[in-house]
Write a protein that binds this ligand. Structure first.
Ligand SMILES: C[S@@+](CC[C@H](N)C(=O)[O-])C[C@H]1O[C@@H](n2cnc3c(N)ncnc32)[C@H](O)[C@@H]1O
Length: 321
């Protein structure tokens, strides 16, 4: 409830009339919802060169604001194996810089039922079997976490996340990652090693002590469920465990919030694969501008585009946080 209140307050400050219009109900129906659906139908028939026009892009951004104002944000558990391949490729490249036989510490916050955790481990351990990868997997939901720890997935898992968790995997990857018994897939034991499954809250100010220093912290697709004010506070918290010179991967968050915090704290955007990672999770890009989690198209004409669209940042000394 607290989060929803914050959204209304934030949005009302910047768009007071639109906020009222977005909340208006006529005979129990939302005119804003109807307006958005109507536009969506029209959009489906617009050629991409028209959608790329500056004025049309601005109108899209306005529609997105309306979508944010008219919807209530809520937490989802949705996740996929190999959800964003370019982001995993960047992690693989960063892990590649570690000396032979060294230890790599990774924390995955908001890990849901574990697909992201196992995807990261599969990517890095396949490329660098010499590294000792130690991973802290944190989620606020106990039930979700115990599911994740078992590492067993079936077609019914899709009911929990709303889509097939395997849908982004090739047949070969499904064989490499799982031991199969009928339609029951168990994550291979070499991917289940070295993980601490931890019930925890990414907003907890003690997170830094609980996790200890990390080479990489990953915070994907849970900050967008929070109000902007809560997300900003949480983002400033999740960066704390990153060791100096380490990396924060943060996606699925309001881009204004991420840009503001990144500029405030002097984070250095990782320039490799910016566009690929931005477009790498098709569920987020496809839902722009109709859903509050939808991700705007990358716009290189913005003066701040690298900071705005980077999902990975190199983090400096602790004094700058
Ligand atoms: C949509 S899932 C994202 C899963 C995964 N990170 C991904 O990108 O596919 C969001 C997860 O974040 C968890 N979550 C939400 N708020 C959290 C918080 N404050 N601390 C830790 N986990 C949180 C939820 O329980 C849920 O499992």
């Amino acid at each position: 409830m607290r989060s929803e209140n914050f959204i209304v307050i934030n949005s009302e400050v910047s768009h007071p009339i639109l906020a009222k219009a977005a909340r208006l109900q006529v005979l129990g129906k939302s005119p804003a919802g109807f307006y958005l659906r109507l536009n969506k139908r029209i959009w489906e028939h617009l050629p991409s060169r028209v959608r790329d026009l500056h004025s049309v892009r601005s109108y899209e951004a306005w529609l997105h604001t309306l979508a944010c104002l008219s919807a209530k944000r809520q937490q989802f558990f949705g996740t996929f194996f190999l959800r964003n391949r370019p982001a995993l490729e960047l992690m693989r490249r960063l892990a590649g810089q570690k000396p032979h036989g060294s230890t790599l510490r990774i924390a995955v916050l908001g890990c849901s039922i574990g697909a992201e955790v196992y995807s990261i481990l599969w990517t890095i351990r396949s490329a660098r079997p010499d590294l000792k990868v130690i991973l802290e997997a944190v989620d606020i939901s106990k039930d979700i976490l115990s599911f994740a720890e078992k590492g067993i997935y079936t077609p019914d898992t899709s009911e929990l996340v709303g889509a097939s968790i395997f849908e982004r995997l090739t047949k070969a990857e499904m064989v490499e990652m799982f031991d199969w018994e009928g339609d029951r897939a168990k994550v291979k034991s070499w991917l289940r090693e070295g993980i601490t499954w931890r019930l925890g809250d990414a907003t907890d100010p003690e997170l830094v002590e609980i996790l200890g220093p990390q080479d990489i912290v990953v915070a994907s697709n849970f900050l967008c469920h929070m109000s902007r004010a809560d997300a900003e506070k949480c983002l400033r918290n999740v960066v704390q465990p990153v060791s100096p010179g380490g990396y924060l991967f943060v996606s699925g968050i309001d881009l204004d919030v991420r840009t503001k915090v990144a500029l405030d704290l002097g984070w250095e955007p990782v320039r490799e694969l910016i566009a690929e990672i931005h477009d790498g999770d098709r569920s987020l890009r496809a839902d722009w501008p109709w859903a509050w989690w939808g991700l705007e198209p990358l716009n290189r004409k913005r003066h701040d585009w690298q900071t705005r669209y980077a999902a990975a940042f190199r983090i400096g000394s602790p004094e700058r946080r």
